[in-house]
Design a protein. Structure first.
Length: 271
């Protein structure tokens, strides 16, 4: 039976709508309070939940919603030992094809956080899943897995961060994927924070993924605006030529407009 007409597709539609509604309502209607984890002392757990709405879901500089709005939610559960599990859910929209009809992304996260010499470290696993994707005969699922190491160090008003990730079989079964990122956050007057990110993605089989190895960047500013809701606006782009922007496995003549520079606006609230 095709997933396109089965019960999983109906669930997927409900899920997509629920994410958008919950994200918008929660972010905008919650009473005033400081963002922070919900503590469960008897279990040694800290739980945070972050709904968000964004004008475009970008992953490493490339749109995952074909330049459309997305509803998102992140759940993080951390034990006092540093062990954590979590999940990230977002609407998604790829170029229509038998391979890329997924309409949501679900990431499963697990790992260990610690501090070493003033440096915050995060050693983790991420599984990228696309519930409801219709796998055509002879086709393949988009899902893939990564291991990652993240580090952050704060000096006065400046927070420096770095990340490295590796996948043994990246998106679209494109082989080994290596990713490196650096970032900086600067606390400004009036509770504003300026941020910048620079990342580079290496892909073993570029033809399977649909782009060459590429660099992406982002700069922006954010601030809490009301009742714990944070607004962020930034400019993001890549060095991928439009004619080389045709992610796996469809080759759209002339490329797609999902790798180009753009302004992204996001509202989120963590509690």
């Amino acid at each position: 039976m095709s997933l396109r007409s089965g019960p999983l597709t109906r669930v997927s539609g409900l899920l997509r709508g629920a994410v958008l509604a919950a994200a918008a309502a929660t972010a905008l209607l919650l009473p005033a309070s400081r963002a922070g984890a919900y503590e469960i002392p008897e279990a040694g757990l800290a739980v945070t939940f972050t709904p968000a709405v964004t004008s475009d879901y970008l992953f490493r500089g490339i749109s995952q919603t074909r330049n459309n709005w997305a509803g998102q939610a992140t759940l993080d559960v951390q034990h006092e030992s540093g062990v954590y599990v979590g999940a990230f859910l977002s609407t998604a929209k790829f170029l229509a094809s038998p391979w890329n009809d997924a309409r949501q992304e679900l990431d499963i996260l697990a790992g260990y956080r610690l501090e070493l010499g003033g440096v915050s470290l995060d050693i983790g696993y991420i599984g990228y899943l696309y519930p409801g994707q219709n796998k055509a005969p002879g086709g393949q699922l988009n899902e893939y897995h990564e291991v990652a190491l993240k580090a952050a160090y704060t000096v006065d008003i400046v927070k420096l961060s770095a990340a490295f990730a590796y996948s043994p079989n990246f998106f679209g079964r494109s082989g080994d994927g290596f990713y490196l990122e650096g970032g900086v956050d600067v606390t400004l007057p009036y509770e504003f924070t300026a941020f910048g990110r620079l990342g580079y993605q290496w892909i073993e089989r570029n033809a399977f993924f649909g782009t060459p190895d590429y660099l992406w960047y982002g700069i922006g500013i954010q601030r809490e605006i009301y009742a714990g809701v944070t607004a962020a606006v930034g400019w993001y782009g890549t060095n991928i030529d439009k004619n080389e922007c045709a992610p796996v496995p469809v080759r759209a003549e002339g490329g797609q407009r999902i790798c180009e520079g753009r302004v992204v606006f996001t509202l989120s609230r963590t509690f």
